[in-house]
Design a protein around this ligand. Sequence first.
Ligand SMILES: NC(=O)c1ccc[n+]([C@@H]2O[C@H](COP(=O)([O-])OP(=O)(O)OC[C@H]3O[C@@H](n4cnc5c(N)ncnc54)[C@H](O)[C@@H]3O)[C@@H](O)[C@H]2O)c1
Length: 255
Amino acid sequence: MNLYNKTLLVTGVASGIGAEVARLARFQGARVIGVDRHEAQLSLDGFFQTDLGDPASIDALVERLPARVDALCNIAGVPGTAPLDAVAAVNYLGVRQLSTALLPRLAGGGSIVNVASVLGAQWPLRVEQHKALAGTESYAAGRAWLDANPVQHSDCYQYFKEALIVWSFQQSQAWFRDHGVRLNCVAPGPVFTPILGDFVSMLGPERVARDSQRMTRPALADEVAAVIAFFCSDAARWVNGVNLPVDGGLAATYV
Ligand SMILES: NC(=O)c1ccc[n+]([C@@H]2O[C@H](COP(=O)([O-])OP(=O)(O)OC[C@H]3O[C@@H](n4cnc5c(N)ncnc54)[C@H](O)[C@@H]3O)[C@@H](O)[C@H]2O)c1
């Protein structure tokens, strides 16, 4: 597996998993263009400071990107302790908008990797809602649907990770068939990054204690990055429409 000569667009590049994907991809010979709302302190082949929750900023970003991109890694995200609107915008609506806008530039062998979460594993319980939201065709239409079908703040992180998995499944067949673009998710369990503490506050001490007994430790960000890099590589050329847990076995313990 390698990424030699590929151009990757990596969101959330300034920290955590996104920064590790950028490092690994450059080591493997890729050109990495990073996107984040914060400045990135690492070597990149291009960087755009952008608010990925703002549709106008995403449009402006897309205009400045190269004509050809081989892979889009949608890694930027906020925890459920952020305002509900931000969770909806950054973790779901913005990912859809950027992916859809970039689709023509990825055509013919490209790959999109969306970072979901083990906390999105319960998508089957709300699948009809997620399919209805996935059926909205634009950022604005998605917002309007959410206004009419409000989501609770208490589990909005879970809701929008579930929605991201369902949207990815739904798009993956047509995008692969019609454009040759693969669309997959990875679902990390807890990862040692700056937002791990926010997840602990969000889930509460009981759930955190329960999960800690089900796994040996949280992941390191490079352990998740390696799987994202695999999805971007030609070694994964026949992998499409999957959501792969990268959680040290945590999700399996809930069966
Ligand atoms: N850390 C975990 O335990 C964990 C577990 C499961 C899933 N995830 C997911 O992994 C992804 C990466 O998270 P991380 O752990 O590396 O966290 P992180 O905070 O280290 O990195 C997230 C990055 O996203 C950027 N970002 C946030 N909002 C943005 C916006 N509006 N516009 C542009 N950039 C924005 C931040 O500036 C930051 O650099 C997220 O989608 C998160 O939900 C994390």
